[in-house]
Design a binder for this molecule. Structure first.
Ligand SMILES: Cc1ncc(COP(=O)(O)O)c(C=O)c1O
Length: 368
């Protein structure tokens, strides 16, 4: 008997459009030469539009690796071992930022926030004032473990007057909501392609400001990796731009698949796509409430691409994930960390998700 097709609604990787997948089965091509340079430039050009930095003082690269590769690069390229970084941490991926920093040999000063609540910009300001030697402040934008969208613009405003650079993990938010790095005063923004852009895992867009380059280009004797050194991505992106614009062999099929997804975004229009994601979130929240499962965060900190909700009283959230998987062939995410049995998380961060998909999940939840 043929198995029913699984509907993938986890917080990434996401289900992708068939035409995105089709790009993977095209013949392999080299990561250099005229045709490639043109295509690659188009990818970077669209990514700049999504970061909203086109024509502004930012460089954008497409690193080969998952989102963590770009996060690693953001810290290890700009700070030397022993230097201080302030990390706002209110979730599982905030903990991860701390680990990445510690692995780079950095001295971490944590500003802890409650899971499920916004980071407090004022608390970050106070810690920054007390640690004027901090070289960077880092936060997660969309905290995927709790669905909280941290107030990066307000945090950027407290970091900008200092010498510290502002690093943001936007792995699960980039492409899912309007971005404006210049207005938010973000210096390095790290993301990934397998979430809101509706493409595949393996590529990591990263944007770098002029202020960040000043910190990166200090002469220092640190021995960080070559691969994640942003100076090498800049060198090939400029000096080798007209024939080989990246320092390493690109997964060309994967980049072509990304380009298909990005062109679809351009066709739909960035603003239209963002509104569509938002309306899916609102539709889901309404349905969850009808099903008696309250969203984990209030509507005023709406995450347009990811919704967490409480399991009904007397049930663990794993019962919901198992029920949807086994009886409705819908795969959603469970809770992370101490929220493991408390919440379940539904990803609607792919452009292929429709109102009908949301209704299918809600109908299934109502029958739980
Ligand atoms: C906010 C956030 N940061 C970092 C990561 C890690 O990204 P990757 O698995 O692409 O390295 C994830 C993955 O879900 C994430 O959601």
């Amino acid at each position: 008997m043929e198995q029913a097709r699984m509907k993938l609604m986890i917080p990434g990787p996401v289900e992708v459009d068939p035409s995105v997948l089709a790009a993977l089965s095209e013949p392999v091509e080299p990561h250099y030469g005229d045709a490639w340079v043109k295509k690659y430039a188009r990818v970077i050009d669209i990514l700049k539009q999504v970061f909203n930095v086109a024509g502004k003082d930012y460089d954008v690269y497409l690193m080969v690796g998952s989102g963590t590769c770009a996060i690693d690069a953001s810290m290890s390229s700009s700070l030397m071992a022993g230097e201080k970084i302030i990390i706002g941490n209110n979730g599982f991926f905030g903990d991860r930022l701390v680990e990445v920093a510690q692995n780079a040999g950095l001295k971490v000063v944590e500003v802890k926030g409650e899971w499920g609540k916004l980071l407090d910009p004022q608390a970050i300001k106070e810690v920054l004032d007390a640690n004027p030697d901090a070289k960077a402040v880092a936060v997660v934008h969309g905290e995927t473990s709790t669905t909280v969208l941290n107030p990066v613009k307000e945090i950027g405003a407290v970091v900008a007057p200092s010498d510290a650079i502002f690093l943001v993990d936007a792995v699960s938010s980039f492409g899912g909501m309007p971005f404006d790095l210049e207005d938010w005063q973000v210096d390095i923004c790290a993301s990934a392609t397998q979430k809101c852009l509706g493409a595949l895992p393996g590529l990591a867009p990263i944007a770098v400001s002029t202020k960040a380059w000043k910190t990166i280009d200090r002469s220092f004797d640190k021995g960080h990796s070559w691969y994640t050194n942003l100076q090498n991505w800049r060198k090939y992106g400029t000096e080798w731009a007209d024939w080989h614009p990246s320092p390493v062999t690109m997964p060309t099929n994967n980049v072509n698949a990304l380009l298909v997804a990005l062109e679809q975004l351009m066709d739909e229009g960035i603003e239209n796509r963002m509104q569509r994601y938002r309306s899916l979130a609102l539709r889901l929240r309404k349905g969850l409430r009808e099903a008696g499962m309250e969203p984990f965060t209030p509507d005023d900190i709406l995450n347009p691409v990811l919704t967490a909700a409480h399991a009904p009283v007397g049930h663990k959230s794993s019962e919901i994930t198992q029920y949807l998987l086994n009886e409705h062939h819908i795969q959603i995410g469970g809770g992370l960390g101490h929220l493991k049995d408390v919440v379940f998380r539904i990803g609607h961060m792919s452009p292929v998700v429709t109102d009908a998909d949301i209704d299918r999940v809600v109908t299934a939840l109502k029958a739980f």
